[in-house]
Design a protein around this ligand. Sequence first.
Ligand code: ARG
Length: 271
Amino acid sequence: MKMKKWAVLVAAGALAASLALFGCSSGGGQDSGAKSNDGNATDAGYTLVNDGKLTVAASLDFPPFENLNGNAPEGFEVDLMGLLAEEMGIESNYLPSTKFDTIVPLIQTGGKADVGVSGITITDERLEQVDFTDPVCDVNQSITVLKDSGITDVAQLEGKKIGGQSGTTGFQWAAENIKGAEVIAFDEMTAVFAALQSGQIDAIAVDWPVANYYVKNAYTDCQIIKEIPTGEQYAIAVSKENPELTKALNTALKAIKDNGKYDEAVAKWLS
Ligand code: ARG
């Protein structure tokens, strides 16, 4: 019993030493990592809506970033939030799926969730409502059509019906860039794909990795005809009232990028 305790202490000491070393070699002289490694959320100066938990609001319809497997959230950002919370000495906890265009306002209002994590692109408009962490992923938009539609080019979409998820950058891109298009908004991504299959719309504008996932795994009668280089960056949305949480998340993000866990999650979900 005594031996085991010692072994744990020695291991913990070695881990702390190696983390400190890592922090020194890559932290540029700043004390980044100190807060997240001591696992004491209350000392870190941020608030949480539920003690010891990082409560996450997400629209769980955006694989491979976040999706429902039965009742359980899964995906790259779900793993990411678990890793960040672990690094901060707390646990991540997902709320039931939330309509995408309500997430940023919900974080802005506060009280329900600590963070919004939903493939949320950093935009100037959203930056007026919430803070964002450092980027967690880079993505482009895409156009998807039915394979047998005869549509092979974006130019052919002039005056056609384009579907997108309400309040998204894809929806906005289509409205601004496809001449004379009628852009139709849906609450859920699966509803957008169902509308394409039923002929209600002619094309979908959505983030490329999500279109790629859906056409490969579920909607095999659809195909991506174009990747649109919008150069978007996803990040975690945090209330402007909780700047220490943004800082702690950034410190944790740096730590998991340094220790390889971020790359493991990328390899698992995004390659
Ligand atoms: N990246 C796009 C945006 O920020 C789409 C995000 C949609 N996310 C979702 N979980 N359905 O507008």
